[in-house]
Ligand binder design. Sequence first.
Ligand code: ACM
Length: 503
Amino acid sequence: MVFTQTLPLVPAPVSAVAREGRMPVTAATRVQGSSPAAVQLIEAVARRTGIRLSAADTADADIVLRIDPAMGAAEGYVLTVAETAEIVGADEAGLFYGVQTLLQLLREDESGWGFLRAEVHDAPRFPRRGVMLDVTRHFFGVADVKKFIDATSALKFNQLHLHLSDDQGWRVHIDSWPKLTELSSSTAVDGEPGGFYTKDDYREIVAYAASRHMLLIPEIDLPGHTHAIGVAYPELVESPVLSEAFLAESAKNGQALPVHGESYLGTGVGHSSVRIHEERTYDFVRDVVRELAEMTPGPYIHIGGDESLGTPQADFDLFAERATAIVVEAGKTPVAWHEMGSAAGIAEGTIGQYWGKTTPEGTHAEEASHFVERGGALIMSAADAAYLDMKYSEDYPLGLTWAAIIDVRAAYEWEPTAVLDVPDAAILGIEAPLWAETTRTLSDVERLVFPRAAAQAEIGWSPRSAPERNWESFRGRLGTLAPLWKAEGVDFHPAAEVPWSER
Ligand code: ACM
């Protein structure tokens, strides 16, 4: 029997049919195979229920996981739950996503734990679905990043962008420029402790992300947001450019002004620039990009480009052209914030990351479109919808407000192909950034990220035409994630507009 009940699934699948009844989950339930996805399923069920499913390498197991490359659509899967369950993935990622869907069907009622019966056919709308973690304004260690990967990959995000350098700190070791981490990593905003990743730490994060089918995109922000580079190597960075707006903002926030060569503990932006006309600057960029490329298996290196307000435009454009070319020479595809689209000669194929508003302002749309004209594509991070560090409401204790106040509904109701005048095929997907000015702990991060990352996950994954792809359905399904997050110790903001369920 088919009935019309909405299944508790986020992001909404391409199609999902609920069947009557449940498949009981007990210690006698056997899972086939020793694939990573099978192991992850067993571990996740154990954490949630205390029940450890048994691994059984027989095709008549109760839960069968297999890959069928003939299924086509990358990352897709078909999940059937009846008396037994089967997940068929188009690839390893599809199998992993099928497991995430099965875990959302795991529910407890009076009779105990069971999977809701269903038939789900699924594949993503966009190939790129990202989250960004700023580890510069506050630093988050390897264990925190792994937990962040677990919680976001469960929503079928497949990219983790790490913002590794900014005015407040440099967070990854570079052998050829060792003073970066020696002298410029120990502090964070307000004088909080900093930190950095050793190369082994970085490789551990890359591998962990890959095991959850997330691609790591490292960002070194250039040519602005570079005050911390000057703490280690003052000869690479200009003296701070202090605009009227910067001085006013610093005074309002009671923050000391940046001093060349000394750690900056404030949150002002736009005051720093590397020296554009020094060849040493490009030696530096080449070395950093090379070392990052060597330990990054994914195809992308992000070289920043945002808010270089103190860099003259012609110098900025020259830098954008040279820096994107350096990334290409290192065998990677450059990614840059949309401002770098001002440069006529950015490397062909560079990916732009649009962080303007859902209604573009100034030259933002033009700059973003230039990436497409140069044979590149775009990742959409509209700041007034997808930024996870904006407050939910005026009085929310964490977050900022410069782009917008973003409640859960506003996070959900935007359309990435409707922002810019570019072909839909030029939109690779979405990314939801978490900037860390106000987040001292991972719990702070989680309360800004969840539940709004779930809205971005659905925008990135679910077909625009899926029957469940609307706010009323979403808020109901979203509420069913509460017991999953609680079981994993993931903090979230229990927004009043969402009916949160107990189990
Ligand atoms: C940004 O928010 N400065 C990319």
